[in-house]
Ligand binder design. Structure first.
Ligand SMILES: [Cu+2]
Length: 158
């Protein structure tokens, strides 16, 4: 019976974002574009940088992409997606919609390119950026980045 829980969660995410009944179009696109390696989409967390030590307090996380267009949730055009930030948690699936959990699984559904994380305790933390499509399914091939940071407890000690 526990299988029902994730299904319900997915259904809620779907309806909450105005997802309609767009049919999947898995194999409709012929792969006739070899030599496109330079255009592979990528995302990078540009702030904070990997390995950074930051003071405790609100932390602005900034995302930059190449090779795709950041669009609001619900947009299903090819080559578009929106940012997701996963704080101290794992991406649970590359093929299912990313869930919503305050402070852990965060959707930038209005095409934001930064997000301010609050409440990080002193210590090590991991931030994962994932770009997903209009219904929150991670892009294929994956567009993701991970940074590890350390939050210090002592602020303004200079
Ligand atoms: Cu999303």
């Amino acid at each position: 019976m526990s299988r029902l829980v994730p299904l319900v969660a997915i259904a809620l995410i779907w309806s909450a974002c105005g997802g309609g009944d767009a049919p999947p179009e898995g194999s409709a696109t012929p792969d006739d574009s070899p030599g496109d390696a330079a255009a592979i989409p990528r995302v990078q967390i540009t702030q904070p940088q990997d390995g950074a030590t930051v003071p405790q307090g609100p932390l602005q996380v900034v995302f930059e992409v190449e090779g795709l267009v950041i669009s609001p949730a619900g947009t299903m055009d090819e080559g578009t997606g929106h940012h997701h930030l996963i704080v101290d948690a794992d991406l649970l699936s590359w093929t299912d919609p990313i869930g919503v959990e305050e402070g852990r699984y965060i959707h930038m559904g209005q095409a934001q390119t930064s997000f301010t994380v609050e409440g990080l305790e002193p210590g090590e933390h991991r931030l994962i950026a994932v770009v997903a499509d209009g219904v929150h399914v991670p892009l294929d091939p994956p567009v993701a980045d991970t940074v590890h940071i350390t939050v210090t407890g002592a602020t303004h000690q200079e």
